[in-house]
Design a binder for this molecule. Structure first.
Ligand SMILES: Cc1ncc(COP(=O)(O)O)c(C=O)c1O
Length: 307
């Protein structure tokens, strides 16, 4: 998957990809005591641009705050480091992965919150579920694994250990021949995909669920909510039942990795009619125009890699 060349920003320095290593007794590896982000860069007529960089770094620091990580670098330093990694690797389109975790020193569940390592890797990553899912839609299943509730884990934090829940869900989906899993929350309503938020469209109205439905507050979700409103669609935030999802006219995933991916089927039941998803297509096309710098109105969401 990785070409294993280029550089990684590792605790303050750019180092060769293959030198970015950790000790096997690292706390983050044993207990999942880490936080991360996923960010994308898209090429634009004015050169490569990072999409919503400040918002991603803000969420990264909020995740750090929840887990009481003493971040050894300021948000400004990591912003500069992120841009430096992309420039150093000469990427025009790429995915960026900042990660911070409790480092090597001692084991035992109680972490040393002062011992935080920070790394930023980057690579060229195409469509998360494949080009076919972007054009033809994804086939999903409702998994029996439930999304954890906010009293079990802080759902707003993007923490590495929390992703074991997503991992079980997506393995279940793949093993049963689907592209992605949809997790229900503790109320039995729709929560989200293993790495995506979910929207449905019914009678021209766009609906997604609220933060207290046990979802990660996705930055792509926020983008779509703003853009759909700007485009004049009626938008509603409310609980989404399984019945609403199955009988929706259209449904789609949103996420930095998954971008805007239509959902074609849920548990082998077709969504909408025959790939006719006009609202999803409109949102998907608009999203790609925004990230590629073709919509001046949303230029404030783009940070140029080269000043
Ligand atoms: C569980 C989960 N939900 C939703 C999302 C979408 O978030 P964003 O749009 O900020 O990438 C992600 C991806 O980061 C995720 O891992």
């Amino acid at each position: 998957m990785f070409p294993e060349n280029g550089k990684i920003w590792s605790n303050g320095k750019l180092i060769p990809w293959n030198d970015a290593k950790v000790h096997v007794m690292t706390h983050g590896l044993h207990y999942g005591s880490g936080i991360f982000e996923g960010i994308r860069v898209y090429d634009s007529p004015d050169g490569p641009m990072v999409f919503r960089l400040d918002d991603h770094l803000h969420r990264f620091y909020e995740s750090a705050k929840v887990y009481q990580f003493h971040m050894p670098y300021s948000i400004e330093t990591l912003k500069a480091a992120t841009l430096e990694v992309v420039r150093e690797n000469n990427f025009r389109n790429c995915y960026i992965r900042p990660v911070a975790f409790v480092g090597y020193g001692k084991l035992g569940v109680l972490p040393n919150r002062e011992n935080i390592e920070v790394h930023i890797g980057s690579w060229e990553w195409g469509s998360y579920m494949g080009e076919e899912a972007i054009t033809q839609g994804a086939r999903v299943t409702i998994t029996s694994w439930k999304k954890f509730h906010s009293q079990m884990f802080p759902v707003m934090a993007k923490a590495t250990g929390q992703y074991l829940n997503s991992m079980l869900a997506v393995m279940d989906a793949k093993d049963r021949g689907f592209d992605e899993a949809v997790l229900l929350n503790e109320y039995g309503d729709i929560a989200e995909g293993s790495g995506e938020n979910i929207f449905i469209v019914k009678n021209g109205k766009i609906l997604t669920n609220p933060i207290n439905a046990s979802i990660l507050a996705g930055i792509t979700r926020d983008t779509i909510l703003q853009v759909a409103t700007d485009l004049g669609y009626p938008v509603e935030i409310g609980a989404m039942t399984v019945g609403q999802f199955m009988t929706s006219d259209e449904a789609f995933f949103t996420g930095t990795a998954a971008e805007v991916t239509p959902i074609r089927e849920v548990d082998r039941r077709e969504i909408g009619s025959n790939g006719h998803w006009p609202v999803t297509r409109h949102m998907q096309e608009t999203y790609f125009r925004i990230v590629k710098g073709l919509e001046p109105r949303y230029r404030h969401w783009l940070t140029p890699v080269y000043k």
